[in-house]
Design a protein around this ligand. Structure first.
Ligand SMILES: [Zn+2]
Length: 64
């Protein structure tokens, strides 16, 4: 397994600002909470990495 960090651009579901997060490309799927860099509200990120290293990130509201 290659251990690499992948830079991905995401959009905050609260304030709609986009910013860059680093994703651990060695983990196929993961879910974690990180605060928005702009409005500091907690975003629930669901991350999937396929065999080619393509990253899909879904950003969800954490409350509701
Ligand atoms: Zn935000």
């Amino acid at each position: 397994m290659i251990n690499q960090l992948i830079e991905t651009r995401v959009q905050c579901p609260y304030c709609w600002e986009s910013f860059t997060i680093l994703i651990d490309g060695s983990v196929e799927s993961q879910e974690y909470v990180e605060d928005c860099e702009v409005c500091c509200r907690p975003i629930d990120f669901v991350v999937a990495v396929d065999d080619l290293g393509e990253v899909t990130v879904a950003a969800r509201l954490q409350d509701e």
